[in-house]
Design a protein around this ligand. Structure first.
Ligand SMILES: *Cc1c(COP(=O)(O)O)cnc(C)c1O
Ligand code: SF4
Length: 420
C-alpha cells in the first residue's frame, strides 16, 4: 500500500475516536485547526487554504488519475470509472474525500462519491426525470406543484456529485446558473401568485453561489410581502462545511425566517467541521432539518439510521424526511424495498426520541408528490373503537371519543328522551 494511504488509515482511526468523544463532551473536542491539519496532511496540502471553501471547490477531485492518489484502484476499476464518468461525471471535495476509508470498497463515504459500473445498468423502470420537474415548471427553474409553495432551481452546480442524485441526468450538460433575468421571471410569477407563502431555494446547491449573489436572491424573495418563509436546500454542511462562514450567516440572519434543509446520510459525515457548520447556521436563527435518502449498503439498517438520527439531534439538526430512493436511471444499485424502509421506522418509533424519527416518504413518479409510508399501528377501526398495536407489539383497544357520527347519534337519542 502506498505510504499516503497508510498514513491516512492511522489518522482515520484516531480521528474516528475523536469524533465519538467530541460529540459527547464538548471539552474533549479537538481544536478544529488540529482536525484540519490532519486532513490536509492526507491530501498532501500544507497551506492555509484547506479551510477556504473556494480552494476546496477549485481542488475537487474530478479525474481517475487524481482519485488514484487516494484510493487503490485496479486498472479495470480505473477503466470502469472512466466510462461511467463520461455519462455521470465525478466530483469530490478534498474534505469529503478525506472522510473516506481507502481500503474499504464498501465504505459509505466512498459509495456516495466514487462512481461504480453499476450506474450504467439501466433497467426498464428507471427514468431520466421521474419527478417530472421539467413538465411542472411554470417558468424556467420554478416548480409549482403544491398549492402554497414553490421550488426554485437556481443552478445545477454542486460541490460534490452524489452518486444517488435524482438530478444526475443533468450533470453532463452541467455548470449553469440562472441568469438575473430568469430569476426576475421567477419572482414575477411568485408576485402574481399570492397563494405562495413558502419558497424553496434549491438546485443543484444554491450555496455554491457567491454570498453577494445569494444576498440578492434572498432579498428579492423577501421583498414579496406574501412570502412567509424561505427554505434553502443544500448539502454544503456535509460536503463543504467550510462554506458556512460568518459572512454567509450574516446574510441568512438578515432575511429570515429562513429554514435550511440539508442532507446527511451516514453518521460518519457528522464530523467536527459539520458540527461547527450547523452550529453557526442555528446561531444565525435558522433551524436546520435533514432530508436523507435510504440507500442500500449505506444506511439501510436500523442501527445506522438510529445512530445517524441521534447524532443529528446532538448537533441540533432535526431529521425531517427519509426518502425512498427515486426511480432515477443510474441509481438502481441503491434501491431498497419499501418494506425495508417501513421496518426501519417500526424499529425506531418508541425505541428512541420521537424527534429523531424522520417521515419516511416516497416522492411519486410523474409529479404525484410526496406520500408518507409508515408502519400500520391500527389493525382495525370501527365507529367507536380502534384496535392498535403498540411499539412493543402489544395489541390494545382504544375507544374512539371524537367520532362525530357517534356524537350526533347520541345527541338525537338524548333529545328524543327529553321530549318523551
Ligand atoms: C418536496 C417538494 C416541496 C416541499 O415539500 P414539503 O413536503 O413541504 O417539504 C415543494 N415543491 C416541490 C416541487 C417538491 O418536490
Ligand atoms: S447535493 Fe443534492 S443535488 Fe447535488 S449532487 Fe448531491 S444529491 Fe444531487
Amino acid at each position: 500500500m502506498r505510504p499516503q494511504a497508510t498514513l491516512f488509515r492511522e489518522e482515520k482511526k484516531e480521528f474516528s475516536h475523536n469524533i465519538a468523544t467530541a460529540v459527547q463532551s464538548e471539552e474533549e473536542e479537538p481544536p478544529l485547526s488540529a482536525v484540519a491539519e490532519e486532513r490536509q496532511l492526507f491530501f498532501g496540502n500544507s497551506s492555509q487554504s484547506w479551510n477556504d471553501w473556494r480552494w476546496q471547490f477549485r481542488n475537487r477531485v474530478t479525474t481517475v488519475e487524481q482519485l488514484l492518489k487516494f484510493i487503490p484502484l485496479t486498472s479495470n476499476e480505473c477503466a470502469q470509472i472512466r466510462s461511467v464518468s463520461a455519462k455521470y461525471p465525478l466530483a469530490i471535495t478534498p474534505y469529503y474525500l478525506s472522510l473516506l476509508e481507502p481500503s474499504d470498497p464498501y465504505d459509505p463515504i466512498r459509495l456516495q462519491s466514487v462512481p461504480t459500473i453499476a450506474e450504467l445498468s439501466k433497467s426498464c423502470v428507471s427514468m431520466e426525470d421521474p419527478l417530472a420537474e421539467q413538465q411542472h415548471s411554470v417558468v424556467p427553474g420554478l416548480v409549482h406543484r403544491y398549492p402554497d409553495r414553490v421550488l426554485m432551481v437556481l443552478t445545477d452546480i454542486c460541490p460534490m456529485l452524489c452518486r444517488h442524485c435524482t438530478r444526475k441526468r443533468e450533470w453532463q450538460y452541467g455548470g449553469w446558473v440562472r441568469t438575473p433575468e430568469q430569476f426576475e421571471n421567477m419572482l414575477a410569477y411568485i408576485r402574481q401568485h399570492k397563494e405562495v407563502r413558502d419558497v424553496i431555494v434549491s438546485g443543484g446547491d444554491p450555496l455554491t453561489l457567491s454570498t453577494v449573489r445569494l444576498e440578492e436572491v434572498l432579498s428579492g424573495i423577501r421583498r414579496i410581502p406574501h412570502v412567509e418563509i424561505i427554505r434553502i436546500g443544500t448539502r454544503v454542511p456535509v460536503v463543504l462545511p467550510q462554506r458556512i462562514d460568518d459572512e454567509l450567516c450574516n446574510v441568512l440572519s438578515k432575511f429570515g425566517p429562513i429554514w435550511l434543509n440539508t442532507h446527511f446520510n451516514h453518521p460518519r459525515e457528522i464530523t467536527p467541521e459539520a458540527t461547527r457548520a450547523c452550529d453557526l447556521i442555528v446561531r444565525a436563527g435558522v433551524p436546520v432539518n435533514n432530508q436523507s435518502v435510504l440507500l442500500k449498503g449505506i444506511n439501510d439498517s436500523v442501527e445506522t439510521q438510529i445512530k445517524l438520527c441521534q447524532s443529528l439531534l446532538r448537533i441540533k439538526v432535526r431529521p425531517y424526511y427519509l426518502f425512498q430512493c427515486d426511480d432515477v436511471a443510474g441509481t438502481e444499485h441503491f434501491w431498497t424495498s419499501v418494506e425495508s424502509g417501513v421496518e426501519i421506522i417500526r424499529n425506531m418509533r418508541g425505541f428512541t426520541s420521537g424527534l429523531a424519527i424522520p417521515n419516511y416518504v416516497i416522492d411519486l413518479p410523474n409529479g404525484g408528490g410526496k406520500i408518507p409510508v409508515s408502519p400500520d399501528y391500527i389493525l382495525e377501526r370501527t365507529l367507536d373503537e380502534l384496535i392498535v398495536r403498540n411499539y412493543q407489539g402489544k395489541i390494545m383497544h382504544y375507544s374512539n371519543p371524537g367520532n362525530s357520527q357517534t356524537r350526533v347519534m347520541s345527541e338525537v337519542v338524548l333529545k328524543d328522551v327529553i321530549i318523551v
